[in-house]
Ligand binder design. Structure first.
Ligand code: AMP
Length: 405
C-alpha cells in the first residue's frame, strides 16, 4: 500500500511517499519512494523534492500557507508517473487531547474536533488542521486519510505520572494532565530497538532520549510509555533549542511583573527565546555551540545545562523502570553528537552503563550500539523515523476499515 505522509511544522511541511509492507511488517520491508520539504512557509519558501529513482529538484517560490504547500507537493508528485497514485494519506498531528487516544480515520467530525483542540495546542495543531483541509480539498473525500498523534503513545502513562499536583478539580475542569509529545519518535525508537536486538516489542524496557530542536525523554516499560518529560504542552522537561524546559513556575509571574509584560509574553520568551539560544545568547544550533565550546563561556554553559538536564532525566527514568536494558539516543543532536551523548552518560558505570568511546565517536547519523561489549546497560543510537510510524498506522486503519471516534 502506498501512503503519502504529511508532517506540518510551524513553518515547514515535510512529506514522504512510503510503500508499506503491511501493518505488521518489519521496518526494512517499507520502501521510501520519495521525500521532500517545503521550508519558510509564509514567505519565499524553499522547496526540495527527492524521488528515490530520479534526480532531486529544488525551487524557491512564494508559498503563503500550509494549504499552498500541500498543493505544491501534490502537483509535484503528479508530475511523476510512478508517484502520482497513492492509496491513503497519513497526517502527523501534535496534540490529540483527551479525545484521540490512538490514530483515527479523518472525517468532518474529526476535523472539527481537531479544530477545537487548537485552544490547548495553539502553536502546533492549527498548521496540521490546515494541511488536512488542503489535502481533502485537493484530493477529494474518496482517498482515506488518517491522523496520527504525537500524544497517543503516551496514553499508557499511569495517573501517578500524568497528574499535576494542583487542585484536582482544576485538572478535571480544564483537562490538565501530562499528555507528552514526540510519541511517534519514541514509538519508532522502541520498535527499531526491538528489531535490532531481537527483543519482542512487548518486552522492550528502555529510556529513549530524543534530542532535536525539540527534546524529550521517555521511560518505556514492556513496550509502553510509562513517563515522559514533555507535559501539558511541549514546553516542559529537557532544555531545547529555544524552549526552557523545566523551571520554577513562579518565574512566570515574577518576570511578567519585573519586566512589565503580561504572562503570555513570558510564555513566548520561554518557548522562543530560551533553551540553548537563551543561555548562549547567539544560537539554538548545537553544532555552533560545540564549535564555540572552548572559546565562549556562555556556549559552554548552554551545552552543560542541556546535557545535565538530560542526564537528570535519564537517572530518574532508570529509577522509574528499575530494569532498563538500554538508553536510546535519537534526533539531530542525539544522532550526531558524540560529545553530548558522552556527557549525558559519563561516570554511570555504577549503574552498569559504560559507553564504548570509539563506537560513540563513529556512530554519526546511523543506527548502532555505542555501549561497551560488557556494559550491563546498553546504549544505542537510532535514527528517528516518525514518518514510518505514521505510514504503518495509516496502513493499519485503512486496511481494516479503521475506526471513527
Ligand atoms: P532535528 O529537530 O531532529 O532535525 O534536530 C535539529 C538539530 O540537530 C539542530 O538544531 C542541530 O542543533 C542538531 N544537529 C544536527 N547535526 C548536528 C551535529 N553534527 N552535531 C550536533 N548537533 C547537530
Amino acid at each position: 500500500m502506498k501512503i503519502l505522509v504529511l508532517n506540518c511544522g510551524s513553518s515547514t511541511l515535510k512529506f514522504e511517499l512510503i510503500e508499506t509492507g503491511g501493518p505488521s511488517s518489519s521496518i526494512g520491508e517499507h520502501r521510501k519512494l520519495a521525500r521532500g520539504i517545503v521550508e519558510r512557509i509564509g514567505n519565499t519558501a524553499s522547496l526540495r523534492f527527492e524521488p528515490a529513482s530520479s534526480p532531486k529538484k529544488e525551487e524557491s517560490t512564494l508559498v503563503r500557507d500550509h494549504g499552498e504547500a500541500v498543493g505544491k507537493v501534490i502537483e509535484w508528485l503528479k508530475s511523476y508517473p510512478e508517484l502520482r497514485t497513492f492509496d491513503a494519506v497519513g497526517h502527523r498531528v501534535v496534540h490529540g487531547g483527551d479525545q484521540f487516544t490512538s490514530s483515527v480515520l479523518i472525517d468532518e467530525r474529526v476535523i472539527n474536533t481537531l479544530d477545537s483542540l487548537c485552544d490547548i495546542a495553539p502553536l502546533h495543531n492549527p498548521t496540521s488542521v490546515s494541511g488536512i483541509r488542503a489535502a481533502r480539498t485537493l484530493l477529494g473525500g474518496a482517498i482515506p486519510m488518517v491522523a496520527a498523534f504525537d500524544t497517543s503513545f503516551h496514553r499508557t502513562i499511569p495517573d501517578q505520572a500524568s497528574t499535576y499536583a494542583i487542585p484536582h478539580e482544576l485538572s478535571l475542569k480544564h483537562h490538565i494532565r501530562r499528555y507528552g509529545f514526540h510519541g511517534l519518535a519514541h514509538q519508532y525508537a522502541a520498535l527499531r530497538y526491538s528489531e535490532l536486538t531481537g527483543t519482542p516489542r512487548e518486552r522492550v524496557n528502555v529510556v529513549t532520549i530524543h534530542l532535536g530542536n525539540g527534546c524529550s525523554a521517555c521511560a518505556i516499560r514492556d513496550g509502553r510509555s510509562v513517563d515522559t518529560s514533555m507535559g501539558f504542552t511541549p514546553l516542559e522537561g529537557l532544555v531545547m533549542g529555544t524552549r526552557s524546559g523545566d523551571l520554577d513556575p513562579a518565574l512566570v509571574s515574577y518576570l511578567a511583573k519585573e519586566e512589565r509584560v503580561d504572562v503570555a509574553e513570558v510564555e513566548i520568551w520561554l518557548n522562543k527565546r530560551s533553551g540553548l539560544l537563551g543561555i548562549s545568547g547567539f544560537s539554538n544550533d548545537m553544532r555552533e555551540l560545540i564549535a564555540a565550546y572552548e572559546a565562549n563561556p556562555r556556549a559552554r554553559l548552554a551545552v552543560e545545562v542541556f546535557c545535565y538536564r538530560a542526564r537528570k532525566y535519564l537517572g530518574a527514568y532508570l529509577a522509574v523502570l528499575g530494569a532498563a536494558e538500554a538508553v536510546i539516543f535519537s534526533g539531530g543532536i542525539g544522532e550526531n553528537s558524540p560529545l553530548v551523548r558522552q556527557k549525558i552518560c559519563e561516570n554511570m558505570e555504577w549503574c552498569g552503563l559504560q559507553l564504548d568511546a570509539p563506537a560513540n565517536a563513529a556512530t554519526l547519523g546511523k543506527d548502532g550500539r555505542i555501549s561497551a561489549p560488557d556494559s550491563k546497560l546498553n546504549a544505542f543510537v537510532i535514527r528517528s523515523d516518525e514518518e514510518l510510524i505514521i505510514a504503518r498506522e495509516t496502513a493499519l486503519l485503512v486496511g481494516t476499515g479503521g475506526h471513527h471516534v
